[in-house]
Design a protein around this ligand. Structure first.
Ligand SMILES: [Zn+2]
Length: 53
């Protein structure tokens, strides 16, 4: 399920940035997704993960 895109950039340790849309904010680091809540909802739905509360 893990996909790595060439667009991903490293902003240093501790930097919280969505690896999906590249936006800053409430990035969820659970499950090593490193994506914001909005993206998480979308991704979670796609991968069949519904426990995202
Ligand atoms: Zn995002």
């Amino acid at each position: 399920m893990k996909e790595r895109h060439g667009k991903l950039k490293t902003y240093g340790k501790g930097s919280r940035i969505c690896t999906r849309c590249g936006g800053f904010g409430s990035v969820i680091q659970k499950y090593r997704l490193m994506i914001c809540r909005q993206c998480f909802r979308e991704v979670a739905t796609k991968i069949g993960f519904r426990k995202f509360e």
